[in-house]
Design a binder for this molecule. Structure first.
Ligand SMILES: [Zn+2]
Ligand SMILES: [Zn+2]
Length: 419
């Protein structure tokens, strides 16, 4: 069958197992975030381009080549599909008067982001991110908490083999001297650097450290280390973050080449890696977008975890994430017994069971075959005889044994049996 219109490049339909996974993980993340006192925020998928150009910096890859622009302008404003969550959260903080609430403000989001990248393993053009942001706090405990919560969540879903890479990018004051020395260092190898890095040397020297080209790796080792340039305040701040990481036994290592893709980061930056994967599962850092978005200082820290990447990791680690199968299948013998079977199914639901059924298969044999495929432990079978006797057959699908249960005691008996 030829389909005349296909989905856009680098995008996916989320169906079947992936769709169930998405619902389940969103529930887990929502519960986890709320439990940790983060409030939910949902900003539009479409934002004014200025939200990002003001904050991410004009020279970052995202701004210069990866944004999806909406055609035409509206009242002189250019709209784009959002490439990331943080800048819009800061915009929303100011636009919704959160500054007048008790500070800091802890927010979480869960939603789609868009990047016009070359599609490849672990990189989709439309992807889902879970973000945590603590707005208006300079406290190093906030930096620690964001990183720690992502780690705790990974552990909760049975992912153990991860490591946090950490660095501090200092503040604008300490970075000035560092950039000067970094440029001086790399200028000596200018001609040998890859073409991207030659450009970066002029426009965004910090990003040279992020270059993935094999031929450029050898220069990184002797490049000046930003941690040697931190001012007194940045040094103390980073020290306190590390002390908390030690105290709570977070598995981390310092990485002087960790600079992140956006310009807005300062002080703490982090990435969380799983053994054997070449992409970060979660990442983030400290930033202050208050000045550029609303002329008010707003020291903040946040991070985001990629949901599609998380699914890749879970699949590779063979961690099953199927919703727990219910133990009971409700079956019926023919159309006449279907309404009563549906009633029983509803009664089970109302009493906290999560029964399965297939009301579109009329043949009992087909229903039981379906129940077998689901791997359920029990089937409740409603036949003609049972219907008239106000009873139902409970069949143990594993051992093939069966017993008759009275409908009036059904819930009580099932609780006992399925415990
Ligand atoms: Zn500093
Ligand atoms: Zn390079």
């Amino acid at each position: 069958m030829k389909i005349k219109s296909q989905r856009p490049r680098g995008m996916k339909d989320i169906v079947f197992d992936d769709a169930e996974f998405l619902l389940k993980i969103r529930d887990l993340i929502t519960d986890f975030s709320i439990l940790n006192n983060f409030k939910y925020i949902e900003t539009p998928l479409i934002e004014n381009v200025k939200t990002f150009t003001l904050s991410l910096g004009e020279t970052t890859d995202v701004i210069s080549k990866e944004m999806f622009y909406l055609k035409g302008k509206e009242r002189g404003e250019q709209y784009v599909l959002r490439p990331e969550g943080t800048a819009a959260v800061v915009r929303a903080y100011f636009e919704n008067g959160m500054i007048s609430l008790p500070q800091p403000i802890s927010l979480f989001y869960f939603g789609k982001m868009y990047r016009k990248e070359r599609p490849q393993h672990g990189r989709l053009r439309e992807h889902t991110q879970w973000g945590l942001e603590i707005l208006n706090s300079e406290d190093p405990f906030a930096d620690f908490l964001i990183i720690y919560l992502f780690c705790q969540f990974l552990k909760k879903i049975k992912i153990q083999n991860f490591i946090v890479k950490l660095n501090s990018l200092g503040c604008s004051k300490c970075r000035k001297k560092y950039l000067k020395d970094l440029i001086r260092y790399y200028r000596a190898y200018q001609k040998k650097l890859c073409s991207d890095c030659q450009k970066r040397l002029k426009l965004n020297p910090l990003r040279i450290l992020d270059c993935k080209q094999e031929s450029d790796q050898k220069y990184k080792e002797l490049a000046p280390n930003i941690l040697d340039y931190l001012c007194k305040f940045c040094k103390i701040h980073f020290q306190k973050v590390l002390e908390l990481m030690d105290y709570f036994k977070v598995n981390y290592e310092l990485d002087k080449t960790l600079v992140r893709g956006f310009d807005y980061y300062l002080r703490t930056v982090f990435e969380i890696f799983i053994d054997g994967q070449n992409f970060a599962l979660a990442s983030g850092g400290r930033y202050d977008l208050g000045e550029v978005i609303s002329n008010t200082a707003l020291p903040s820290v946040g991070g985001a975890l990629g949901i599609e990447r998380l699914k890749l990791v879970l699949d590779e680690l063979k961690i099953s994430f199927k919703p727990q199968l219910t133990k009971i299948f409700v079956a019926f013998a023919g159309e006449e017994t279907r309404p009563k079977a549906f009633e029983i199914y509803e009664e089970l639901q109302a009493n906290g069971f999560k029964p399965q059924a297939n009301f579109f298969k009329i043949s009992l044999a087909n229903q039981l075959e379906y129940a077998n495929k689901l791997g359920l432990k029990y089937s409740l079978i409603l036949g003609f005889q049972e219907l008239s006797r106000e009873a139902v057959i409970l069949k143990d699908m594993e051992y093939g044994t069966q017993e008759v249960l009275k409908l009036k005691n059904l819930i009580k008996d099932l609780r006992k049996i399925t415990k």
